[in-house]
Design a protein around this ligand. Structure first.
Ligand SMILES: O=C(O)CCC(=O)C(=O)O
Length: 313
């Protein structure tokens, strides 16, 4: 790893101990400024164990299927050295992960940051098995708008990563604070420079995480992760966007909003009906009246709404 030659704008990632303080205005301000926030202790030990089990099952299934259906591999899956590194649409593949998507504290945090019209967009598990995973080069996330900084610089399109395993400095996501406000030219030049060698963290800070923690990042924040072998790290990623932005600008079509609202409401209901969460106050989803696009729609029988079937661009 190269030494840090520029002083990063923040020496360490801003943190929130969610069960002790809730999300305070200073946490929101830190997230808006840095484009990243570590939320400690989102999951109870029991829920963490259940989601870890769900993650294990999905990865085991990927290894036995050796298919590219909703799964990203390091090489063609029939190659002996291939390893799976990402599974898409995990809410549809696991009841436990669907119930996680209905987590009231998670959804309250997202409502505070994204606004009342939040909708879930991407849901994936990104993971490193002991077989190894290549570095994730420095990047902003997908589904960027033209004039992205004007639309989402201050942070209402957010990726929420829920950690199932420890992420120490040599196996964690690194972020460049405040890069969520950079113009395209600076982002491209910086990413190109950092990606020119195997792993360069100049100007970046590590997001060291514990199992059960939540890492929030603005999709515009430049981030990357080093290559790793011999370690396991699994993260469930849920992305959220404001429905009014999706409605006007995409990237998905208008019908997608209602479908994803139905999916969100199903996840909340599934969790509320499960005896493991008895006594928990369910999330109260209250988008603006004009953006309650689920009204009058037939029930959905899937939680998988493929991006390419609802892509506007
Ligand atoms: O969890 C990681 O290693 C990073 C994932 C990531 O940046 C991505 O999938 O875009």
């Amino acid at each position: 790893m190269n030494s840090v030659t520029e002083t990063p704008v923040a020496a360490r990632i801003a943190e929130c101990d969610i069960r002790r303080t809730g999300l305070l205005p200073e946490h929101v301000t830190a997230f808006r400024r840095q484009g990243v926030l570590a939320v400690r202790g989102l999951l109870t030990p029991q829920e963490l164990a259940d989601v870890q089990e769900a993650g294990r099952t999905l990865i085991d299934r990927a290894w036995s299927a050796r298919s590219m259906d909703d799964t990203v591999w390091t090489l063609e899956p029939d190659q002996p050295d291939a390893a799976p590194v990402r599974i898409e649409y995990v809410v549809d593949k696991s009841r436990q992960i669907a119930m996680l998507a209905g987590h009231p504290l998670l959804l309250q945090i997202m409502e505070q940051l994204v606004g009342p019209n939040l909708i879930p967009t991407w849901d994936s598990m990104v993971f490193k098995t002991p077989a190894g995973a290549p570095r994730l080069p420095w990047h902003r996330d997908a589904g960027l708008y033209d004039h992205a900084v004007g639309i989402t610089g201050m942070g209402r399109v957010i990726d929420a990563g829920i950690y199932l395993d420890p992420a120490p400095e040599d196996n964690c996501v690194w972020c460049i604070p405040e890069s969520n406000y950079w113009d395209d030219e600076r982002v491209t030049a910086t990413a190109d420079r950092l990606n020119a060698t195997e792993w360069d963290t100049t100007g970046a800070i590590p997001a060291v995480m514990q199992p059960g923690d939540l890492l929030l990042h603005n999709i515009l924040t430049l981030h990357g992760a080093p290559a790793v072998v011999g370690k396991q790290r699994r993260v469930i990623y849920f992305e959220y966007r404001p429905a009014e932005v999706e409605w006007q600008l995409g990237p998905h079509t208008e019908d997608y909003i209602g479908l994803k609202q139905q999916a969100l409401r199903s996840c909340v209901r599934m969790r509320a009906e499960d005896p493991r969460f008895a006594g928990e106050e369910p999330f109260d989803y209250r988008p603006a009246e004009t953006l309650r696009r689920w009204a009058g729609r037939p029930d959905v029988d899937t939680l998988r709404f493929a991006h390419e079937d609802h892509w506007r661009w």
